[in-house]
Design a protein around this ligand. Structure first.
Ligand SMILES: Cc1cc2nc3c(=O)[nH]c(=O)nc-3n(C[C@H](O)[C@H](O)[C@H](O)COP(=O)(O)OP(=O)(O)OC[C@H]3O[C@@H](n4cnc5c(N)ncnc54)[C@H](O)[C@@H]3O)c2cc1C
Length: 510
């Protein structure tokens, strides 16, 4: 039996929701993964009279496609076994193919249906990757809604030769018509934008001025938008990636009153909550210029200019690059930033973690359970991580810690083959052969686009007062992009609320 009792009980409930008959076409060989996949497919079919299984010859073995019985193939295929994080992708595919509409706004559905041409997507995933299901599910929605689009999820562990030959070292890695398309977590809207399918551009260009315009859709921006909209004033929010860093977070245990949640779940709740209040949400849009005139103007990369009486900047932060030769060249070819996602691709290999703070040491501990050996490189003479993490790290047999060293270069040919570092005490240069480098050296605020309009610290953080106000009248800021000493979800949400109330106060007085 492939499914445990809990999952089976949940699945039984979902299968009640099937709206039409589903045909699973299965391409299986004599290997162990094929046998396991067949067992899974047959077990699922055994749970609903609406599901039937048919042997077929598909381009990949083992794989199965999910189709509406009696209709043309949906284009959705799972190669390997969609358990782990991908189980939800399988359940949603079954429901959507059976006729249940995907939970997507009508304007996005129209956009997808209007795409012309043939698009064959393949997504390489690992079953422990929490960023992968969103991409798999988004591409499955495209397949369900548009007959010109197909999508195959491929479990890298079951198709190791393909992963090796394509040099895939980061998941999800998406290929379109055989060519590399994209890597990393990507929303449906981002995929559509990358395909050149944009919502009506004139819609953005002709917006009425806002009372409050929030730039950034992480916890700070979502909180600011909700607080502003609840005052009954015209509120808009521009977000490149709605959810922000929360999307890259696996377990969250310090979001007070919620003992445990996961990043993607919290990000979805943030969006749902914002949508409750009639906020004008502009996703997959990047702000590139801010100017204070009579109103405050924010220009987007699309060229549209939005106007508002007040603006709340909540553009958060991004991974800091180590900035050495090889980092950019080998990104996704051995240089990685997400241990949860990409760790499994380095199974049996030697990897480095650059950074000895909490995130670096947590990454090293996680990776040590998957890879052959982990070498930690810390610039300072001592690790900065909490002592409990250090104790755990030093108890592991397959970890080497190098302190007081400076990374000089990440070396490789078509992918990473080593790291060069300098011993800061002796000045001696060393080179270690390894196959992966995880960079974990903190974050930089996303504030470069502001030029010199708003006062910032030497680290680029926006300087705010107790009301979340910046030095520019009417411009407020919140969250990780500010000089708040601590960067956490709950702190960002609090500062988003402060900035919104500060902006409301400003509107009343001006
Ligand atoms: C791996 C990881 C794990 C973490 N774990 C935890 C944890 O367990 N608990 C905890 O409390 N905190 C955790 N944090 C920290 C927490 O995620 C952040 O403090 C929080 O997300 C900051 O929220 P924010 O809204 O200020 O910024 P962000 O979350 O960074 O959001 C910024 C938003 O602005 C958008 N944006 C950026 N530039 C532009 C632009 N020019 N135009 C338009 N939009 C733009 C982004 O797309 C995004 O929507 C973690 C962070 C990481 C990276």
């Amino acid at each position: 039996m492939a499914l445990d009792a809990d999952i089976k009980a949940q699945l039984a409930q979902y299968l009640q929701l099937l709206e039409g008959d589903v045909l699973l076409k299965v391409s299986a060989g004599t290997d162990a993964v094929s046998a396991e996949m067949l067992a899974l497919v047959e077990e699922i079919a055994g749970m609903s009279p609406r599901i039937t299984v048919e042997k077929a010859s598909l381009p990949k073995t083992p794989s199965f496609s999910v189709n509406r019985a009696g209709q043309a193939d949906s284009g959705i295929t799972f190669a390997g076994i969609p358990l782990g994080h991908e189980f939800t992708s399988l359940v949603l595919a079954l429901l959507q193919v059976s006729g249940r509409p995907p939970k997507v706004e009508q304007k996005v559905i129209d956009q997808i249906k209007a795409i012309r041409g043939e698009y064959h997507f393949e997504t390489y995933v690992s079953l422990s990757c929490h960023n992968c299901p969103d991409v798999v599910q988004a591409l499955n929605v495209l397949s369900v809604l548009n007959p010109g689009i197909t999508h195959t999820m491929i479990d890298g562990a079951a198709f190791k030769d393909e992963v090796e030959s394509k040099n895939i070292m980061a998941v999800p890695s998406v290929y379109l018509n055989g060519e590399f398309f994209n890597s990393g977590r990507t929303s449906l809207e981002e995929i559509l934008a990358k395909l050149g399918s944009q919502p009506d551009a004139s819609e953005l260009a002709n917006k009425e001025p806002y009372d409050v315009l929030v730039i950034g859709g992480g916890p700070a921006g979502a909180s600011a938008a909700i607080y502003a909209a609840r005052k009954g004033i015209r509120t808009g929010i521009v977000a490149e990636r709605f959810g922000g860093q929360v999307l890259d977070t696996l377990g969250i245990e310090n979001f007070i009153s919620v003992k445990y949640t996961e990043g993607p779940k919290l990000a979805a709740s943030l969006e749902e909550h914002v949508n409750e209040y009639g906020v004008d949400v502009m996703k997959v849009q990047r702000a590139k210029r801010l100017e204070k005139k009579e109103l405050i103007e924010v220009e987007l990369e699309s060229g549209a200019v939005l106007k508002s009486k007040t603006v709340i900047l909540s553009t958060g932060a991004r991974w800091r690059n180590v900035g050495v030769p090889g980092e950019a060249e080998f990104k996704n070819k051995g240089v990685a930033y997400c241990p949860h996602c990409d760790g499994p691709l380095f199974a049996g290999k030697h990897v480095a973690v650059i950074g000895g703070g909490n995130s670096g040491i947590e990454a090293a501990i996680d990776l040590a359970g998957v890879v052959k050996h982990v070498t930690v490189l810390e610039f300072l003479p001592e690790l900065k991580a909490d002592s409990v993490l250090q104790e755990r790290l030093y108890s592991l047999p397959n970890v080497t810690v190098l302190k007081n060293v400076q990374t000089k270069e990440i070396t490789g040919t078509d992918k990473v083959n080593g790291i060069t570092y300098v011993d800061r005490e002796t000045g001696a240069e060393h080179h270690t052969e390894l196959q992966g480098v995880f960079v974990q050296i903190g974050l930089v605020p996303n504030t470069d686009w502001l030029g010199d309009t708003v006062e910032r610290t030497r680290f680029g953080e926006i300087v705010v007062d107790r009301h979340g106000a910046t030095n520019v009248p009417g411009v407020f800021a919140a969250g990780d992009c500010t000089n708040s000493p601590f960067k956490q979800i709950i702190i960002s949400m609090g500062s988003g609320a402060t900035a919104a109330l500060g902006a409301f106060d400003y509107l009343i007085r001006n």
